[in-house]
Design a protein around this ligand. Structure first.
Ligand SMILES: [Zn+2]
Length: 325
């Protein structure tokens, strides 16, 4: 809880502020209890809503006088895409949005910042390690690690050897002050790279994590073995405000990979379909595969809003090929 408390005050929460905790459909673990307890210790208010009903989320937030939001970027984006057209979200007076538990794409960050009129900061954490283990500052250039409580290492997942700062590898963490369950050199499965200090915000000692890309097990390979992961497609698809959510299904026809994007949208049209195809084809891993005749032209299937059931940490890339390596 100390780790969450220090993260919230580093983010700039002060007495009188109130945190809205938004983790719908998360039942396997309950971060909200720890977060609301941390708020209590610091004298901040908090409200929790685990409903996927967006109107309900807005109601709870208004009643609590929320000044900060913490939650899954995919859900905060969903609230923004569906409510942003009828409500000016800036009037809610939110000072910061904290994105956690899923990779944050820059296009989602931009959409949220414009709609809510505040900064969106990324946090990396694990329940077992105290949830908020690395927190972005206002510079938005990497996440400050909590080195007082956690030892961070980045290794090559194949060899287990350390990789130098700036090079991507698997994040390994050890708790330095944990009691009860102590994890030592725990392999997180998360792909990250580290950055040496100092930071432009003035912090001169802690190492920073560059923004995490997602988990190793979220990756698939297409074309000539190019690795694709959800953040690549989040980055381009969420530039389209009419894209609420998507899922990519990968199949094979003859020797070519077929990428079918199921897109949840309130405004399906032929033009949107063409724009989506051109956006996803602009991802280098896809365009190279198309040029090499190993990937078909991407396909789009529209799904009405609400039919693609929202679930936290949903699998965004579903690989239906029998074998592809
Ligand atoms: Zn900083």
């Amino acid at each position: 809880m100390d780790i969450i408390a220090s993260a919230l005050s580093n983010i700039g929460m002060r007495k009188g502020d109130s945190l809205h905790i938004m983790f719908p459909t998360v039942s396997a673990w309950d971060p909200s209890l720890m977060m609301s307890a941390a708020c209590k210790v610091l004298g901040y208010g908090s409200s929790t809503c685990s409903d996927t009903d967006i109107a309900m989320q807005m109601k709870v937030m208004r009643e609590a006088g929320s000044t900060h939001i913490i939650g899954l970027p995919s859900f905060i984006y969903r609230v923004t895409a569906l409510m942003g057209k009828e409500t000016d979200l800036k009037t809610l007076g939110i000072k910061k949005i904290i994105s956690t538990s899923e990779p944050l794409s820059e296009s989602v960050r931009k959409t949220l910042e414009e709609a809510w009129g505040c900064k969106v900061l990324d946090v990396w954490g694990m329940t077992e390690m105290g949830l908020a283990c690395a927190v972005e500052c206002d510079e938005q250039d990497g996440l400050h690690t909590d080195e007082a409580n956690i030892l961070f290492e980045v290794i090559d997942p194949e060899t287990g050897k350390h990789v130098p700062a700036g090079q991507e590898g698997e994040l390994v963490v050890s708790g330095l002050n944990s009691q009860g369950t102590v994890l030592l050199r725990y392999r997180t499965n998360d792909l990250v790279s580290m950055q040496d200090p100092p930071c432009d915000c003035g912090m001169s000692f802690n190492k920073k994590l560059n923004k995490p890309h997602g988990r190793i097990d979220m990756q698939s390979k297409v074309g000539m073995g190019y690795k694709v992961y959800p953040l690549l497609f989040d980055e381009v698809l969420f530039k389209e405000n009419d894209v609420v959510e998507y899922q990519l299904k990968i199949t094979k026809e003859n020797y070519r990979d077929v990428l079918t994007f199921e897109v949840e949208t309130p405004a399906p049209s032929h033009e949107l379909e063409e724009r989506i195809i051109s956006l996803v084809s602009s991802v280098r891993e896809v365009s190279d595969g198309i040029a090499e005749d190993l990937i078909e032209r991407p396909r789009v299937r529209f799904v009405d809003v609400g039919l693609m059931e929202y679930s936290a940490k949903a699998k965004k890339i579903v690989d239906l090929r029998e074998n592809y390596d």
